[in-house]
Design a protein around this ligand. Structure first.
Ligand SMILES: CC(C)=CCC/C(C)=C/CC/C(C)=C/COP(=O)(O)OP(=O)(O)O
Length: 433
């Protein structure tokens, strides 16, 4: 695509110098030339070199004046020119919209928004879900995630250019300039932080901004330094539901940690599978992923399996802490055992096929887990504050304890079945009035 762009770029320059005035200063094309190349290569159908040239000279008043002064421009040709300029502007708009979309890693950002929205709904507790509040939280998270992802790509241009998976991104392919991408990242990040601060609360805005900094300025450089980057990245991925919860409730409680914990553990098998599948690419890009130091794959398979097992008790904890009904406990247990089975299969037989299976299972896991949490969420008016905006407070009221006991007694057989695989966890106690 870069080569195609370069060809279009070259032809548009020729066209400009021949079809417009030879006095048109070439330097006017330089900042835009690479991006204009991409307009040609991306528009469907591609813009002609002529319209690109018109686009390039559209701001030149002296050229326009010359054309009008000559008196040879008929009304029909003016209309044609206007329509071609409109088409060129639409092409440009489409081109940049696509660049912003890719810079933002929009699909990943939407997944991040889904986790933050889930955190928001869970964090509303007994209160009715505020639809505007949810929308502001999702929009703010989207903007900050877009900014974080754009900064990540700005810092990794030369690495991305060496990897098959990423070489077509807007920056390494030259479809957008670095200053333009920096401006996009700055505006998106600042707008997102302001939106969260003004429409939700400072805790949510602070968590989102700190997470942006962690991702762009700690995780991103760490990728080229040490395999620990995967664990730092897992923290980054775990924060959005916490900020959603904070946006809804203005505080962070023990319950608010369940989804972040699931996200943290979930990312390890997900990224271990990815790092195994793309290890040649990561080596070419100069990244220090654990898979590159583990030729047999045994270590990364063991790490993935271990983290799958860490997720198993989360359903029980969600139920025990009164966040969900016991049905979630059963579903979550089955789900985590299923992903653990794919990790175990990869551990025993470290082939690309098994790694791919574990990767696909991880893709499926998250939406199902979050849907389960939402579906089996129970209104909870006794969330125990751990960290409030004003300070620290760790306490559990007696009322809360007795209510949880009552909840447990609601479906004893389900609760027993769900706790059975975890003899190390406290056995459910059934409340008899
Ligand atoms: C609110 C807020 C700031 C949210 C940010 C959430 C976010 C960006 C999560 C992504 C986590 C992560 C480790 C992605 C992989 O990046 P990578 O650099 O390994 O991916 P790449 O190789 O595709 O570039």
């Amino acid at each position: 695509m870069w080569r195609r762009s370069a060809v279009f770029c070259f032809s548009s320059r020729i066209s400009v110098s021949s079809s417009s005035s030879s006095s048109l200063p070439n330097r006017r094309l330089i900042p835009w030339s690479r991006e204009l190349c991409a307009v040609n290569s991306l528009s469907q159908p591609p813009l002609s070199s002529e319209s690109t040239a018109k686009l390039a000279i559209s701001g030149d008043r002296s050229d326009a004046n010359r054309v009008f002064a000559s008196g040879t421009v008929a009304a029909t040709s003016t209309a044609g020119e206007i329509s071609s300029r409109v088409a060129a502007a639409a092409g440009l708009g489409h081109h940049y919209a696509r660049c912003y979309w890719e810079l933002s890693k929009a699909r990943l950002s939407m997944l991040v928004v889904a986790t933050s929205g889930t955190g928001y709904i869970l964090g509303t507790g007994n209160a009715a879900i505020s639809f505007p509040g949810l929308c502001y939280t999702c929009a703010g998270t989207m903007m900050i995630a877009a900014s974080a992802n754009s900064l990540n790509q700005i810092f990794e241009i030369s690495n991305d250019a060496k990897m098959k998976r990423t070489m077509q991104r807007p920056l390494p392919s030259g479809r957008i300039s670095v200053p333009h991408a920096v401006a996009w990242a700055t505006i998106a990040g600042a707008s997102g932080a302001c939106l969260l601060a003004s429409k939700t609360n400072m805790m949510a805005a602070g968590l989102a901004s700190a997470n942006l900094a962690l991702y762009a300025f700690v995780y991103t450089p760490l990728k080229q330094l040490h395999p620990i980057n995967t664990w730092v990245g897992a923290v980054v991925g775990a924060i959005p539901p916490l900020l959603g919860w904070a946006a809804a409730s203005g505080q962070i409680s023990f319950n608010s940690m369940i989804l972040p914990a699931a996200l943290y553990f979930w990312q390890i098998p997900h990224f271990m599978a990815l790092a195994y599948l793309c290890r040649n690419d990561y080596a070419a890009g100069g990244y220090k992923m654990l898979s590159l130091f583990d030729p047999s794959g045994k270590r990364i398979a063991a790490v993935a399996l271990r983290n799958c097992f860490y997720m198993v008790p989360l359903g029980f904890i969600a139920y025990d802490w009164g966040l969900t009904s016991s049905w979630f406990c059963v579903e979550s247990t089955l789900l985590t055992l299923a992903i653990a089975a794919t990790a175990f299969s990869f551990y025993r037989d470290r082939t690309m096929q098994k790694a791919r299976k574990m990767f696909h299972a991880s893709l499926l896991f998250l939406p199902v887990f979050m849907s389960g949490l939402l579906l089996h969420r129970v209104s909870n008016d006794n969330q125990q504050p751990v960290l409030e905006v004003a300070g620290l407070s760790i306490s559990a009221s007696d009322d809360g304890k007795s209510q949880r006991r009552k909840k447990r007694s609601a479906q004893p057989p389900v609760a027993y079945a769900s706790a059975a695989p975890f003899p190390f966890l406290p056995a459910p106690s059934f409340y008899s009035p």
